[in-house]
Design a protein around this ligand. Structure first.
Ligand SMILES: Nc1ncnc2c1ncn2[C@@H]1O[C@H](COP(=O)(O)OP(=O)(O)OP(=O)(O)O)[C@@H](O)[C@H]1O
Ligand SMILES: Nc1ccn([C@H]2C[C@H](O)[C@@H](COP(=O)(O)O)O2)c(=O)n1
Length: 671
């Protein structure tokens, strides 16, 4: 996950490959609650690991459920059989509507029948999301619920005992959020001593989510009867949750929408394959496929997979009632930028009370790209874009805003004039943790950019100037990859010396390079499977690296290997010739220096801190000798590129150097 303030997406040009979806959020949290309330153990396969499931798990644990993560990755949930092990708990539920609503209903009813006091709270946005209709319905049954802030909103206190009246129908509004009805359906079996009737007032929205609820209730032994018009539901007397033993969570159909759109926009040659949802899915958002097909996507579908590729291009504009796919429909708003006319999304009033006011948010952010957007209380119209503006997309702590705006990075496909493609900046990218923590990593695994569009920052300089440290810091701040080119020369020197090759024989050393089995993994350098990280950092290895690096044949042999590090979303490359020979067109080149005395002192400290003895005078002599060789060789000598910025960090802290480089980078960005 990118835990950084912003993530810049370079212009993207194509997509192909396979994506395995994370588990569905809606199914995960419903299954967890049902498993938690049941008797016995439920083994949950493919559970979504995200912020929303984490808060649900923490709440269940607080109520007395036992959670056991098993070796096969399955989570075993031992339920409380409808009897909380505590009489009082304060539960923090973040911004998870799928936890707040059903836990409110379940704990209000359990407090009423068994006594107790439960407080439910969340992040500030959760306290702005209405829950009054559910509270009213529960109060109508006799539950004791106090709104601790504003009436009709969390935080809430649920207290008991209280006398419940279950013989009259429970009325709940269905036209604001279907989660209120879902909450009652999930909770009322706990107290159904007689048939309990729920009547929905107003037309029920998002029926597919209620369908998921009914399917899962049946799986846990509760057969709810419903009328054909979805206005009346009956929970039979004596209903009891029974764990089905094993439950498999299917992939998240709303998350699939980004990759379906990706296929429709950018899979011109080979499809994007999406594993985890398909024709057997119970989630309503699989119907996003119909909308994508109407816009031009070509789709093949199996029980548990989809393959999507581009059909019509530009996409076809759409006028759609999105009531059945409220979450996935946000993706259509960005697809609309690539359409042949204005696209209108209707019946999306529920967007206003989600993680943020999504109608306002989408309109504001689409306009930043220069799109023409019209909005009404429950609709949004987006006009296609020809000339795009680079934009910094505010994400409102809303995972779906972040994910769907990643699709705006394909603007170069819409306007193929040279240089017309623009990058897109996603602010607070870690908000995707709510449902899809590795969304951007997954995206980068299946998209393609022109190599020259992938940004590179080069940091060259003499030994122990702090290049590696600065490179790591800058890369961390931007979410970029790192190329430690010195490590490649060090490995080459080490391997050649181990193989008994004369380090002055450039051709022999170069011939060794293609045979090296080298991997960089979790901070380790593995040569033929052996961790050689410690050997690589020895001063003696540095000298060998300098020696082999003087041969043009060795430099040629390592050239492509270094270019291959240029991957999405960007690269910071550290070495001696990054700016002069390997990435001569890099938009930011830094030549980092520090006085020899400072460098010797830093290296001394570094070695001592690792428990290695060192002599400061000897170190200084070694590094000056290495610098002399690196500067004096004919092939790509150590020197500043003509357009590099020189930075002497002798008197700077690491943070000061980092912030300076980041400020230079900011100046070069179009945002
Ligand atoms: N600005 C700085 N202020 C203080 N110490 C620094 C600074 N930059 C780096 N250092 C310290 O100097 C030591 C050497 O830094 P680093 O290993 O990054 O240098 P390098 O140029 O990559 O070296 P090499 O050429 O051997 O790969 C490290 O211990 C690092 O923490
Ligand atoms: N781009 C590079 C990187 C390194 N070398 C050589 C010269 C250095 O002295 C040696 C070790 O590098 P370090 O790990 O200290 O950065 O490798 C080079 O020639 N070109």
């Amino acid at each position: 996950m990118y835990k950084i303030p912003f993530l810049d997406l370079p212009p993207l040009r194509g997509a192909a490959g396979t994506v395995v979806l994370p588990g569905s959020k809606s199914i995960s949290n419903r299954v967890l609650l049902l498993a938690g309330l049941s008797d016995g153990v439920t083994r949950v396969h493919d559970l979504l690991a995200s912020d929303d499931t984490r808060v649900m798990l923490a709440a269940l644990q607080e109520l007395g459920c036992k959670l056991d993560r098993q070796a096969d990755g399955v989570l075993a949930v031992t339920g409380i059989g409808g009897r909380p092990r505590t009489e009082a708990a304060k539960l923090f539920l973040g911004n998870a509507g799928t936890a707040m609503r059903p836990l409110t209903a379940a704990l209000a009813l359990l407090a009423a029948t068994q006594g107790g006091s439960f407080e439910l709270s969340g992040v500030p946005r959760m306290h702005e999301r209405p829950i009054g209709d559910l509270v009213d319905a529960l109060r109508g049954l006799g539950c004791d619920i106090a709104c601790l802030g504003q009436e009709g909103y969390p935080p809430l206190r649920l207290s008991g005992p209280a006398r419940l009246t279950l013989d009259a129908p429970v009325r709940v509004r269905g036209d604001v959020s279907s989660q209120f009805l879902t909450a009652l359906l999930l909770a009322l079996p706990l107290v159904a001593t007689n048939d309990v009737v729920i009547e929905v007032t107003g037309e029920l929205i998002s029926k597919p989510y209620v369908h998921i609820t009914l399917e899962l209730l049946a799986h846990f032994g509760v057969q709810v009867r419903r009328d054909d018009d979805w206005q009346r539901f009956v929970i039979p007397a004596g209903s009891r949750y029974r764990s089905p033993g094993e439950v498999h969570i299917e992939g998240d159909a709303s998350s699939a929408s980004y990759f379906v759109a990706l296929g429709a926009i950018a899979a011109a040659d080979a499809p994007v394959r999406i594993e985890g949802v398909g024709s057997a899915s119970v989630q309503g958002d699989v119907r996003f496929l119909e909308a994508a097909q109407a816009m031009g996507a070509r789709v093949e579908i199996g029980a548990n997979w989809l393959e999507v590729r581009r059909g019509a291009w530009p996409l076809r504009a759409l006028d759609l009632d999105c009531n059945h796919i409220p979450d996935a429909a946000m993706t259509l708003a960005v697809m609309a930028l690539y359409a042949d006319g204005p696209t209108t999304l209707r019946n999306i009033a529920s967007w206003r009370v989600k993680e943020t006011d999504r109608i306002a948010a989408m309109a504001a952010e689409l306009r930043k790209l220069d799109a023409e957007v019209e909005e009404g209380p429950d609709w949004l119209r987006v006009h296609p874009l020809k000339a795009w503006r680079p934009a910094s997309i505010h994400t409102y702590d809303d995972h779906r805003v972040a994910m769907c705006f990643s699709l705006a990075a394909f603007n170069g496909l819409q306007d193929d004039r040279r240089g017309a493609a623009v990058p897109v900046r996603i602010l607070d990218p870690q908000c995707v943790a709510k449902t899809f923590p590795d969304y951007f990593e997954t995206l980068f695994g299946v998209v393609r950019a022109e190599i020259e569009d992938i940004p590179v920052i080069t940091i060259d300089g003499p030994t122990a100037s702090g290049k590696g440290t600065l490179t790591d810091e800058v890369a961390k701040a931007l979410g970029y990859h790192v190329l430690d080119s010195g490590a490649l020369y060090r490995v080459t020197g080490l391997a050649a010396s181990r193989a008994g090759i004369d380090l002055d024989d450039g051709e022999a050393v170069a011939a060794l390079v293609p045979t090296l089995e080298l991997r960089f993994q979790d901070g380790q350098a593995l040569l033929d499977g052996e961790d050689v990280s410690a050997d690589l950092r020895l001063e003696a290895t540095g000298l060998m690296a300098s020696q082999v690096g003087a041969h043009p044949a060795v430099r040629r042999a390592l050239h492509q290997l270094q270019l291959d590090f240029r991957q999405l979303p960007g690269l910071v490359a550290d070495g001696r010739d990054m700016g002069t020979a390997i990435f001569p067109a890099a938009p930011l080149k830094v030549f980092l220096t520090a006085s020899a005395a400072t460098r010797a002192e830093r290296r001394h400290k570094q070695l001592i801190s690792k428990g290695l003895s060192a002599n400061i005078e000897g170190l200084r002599a070694d590094l000056e000798a290495r610098d002399a060789r690196d500067k004096g060789r004919s092939a790509s000598p150590l020197q500043a590129a003509a357009d590099a910025i020189e930075l002497d960090n002798s008197a700077q802290t690491i943070e000061q150097s980092r912030d300076l480089v980041l400020s230079w980078w900011r100046d070069r960005r179009p945002f």
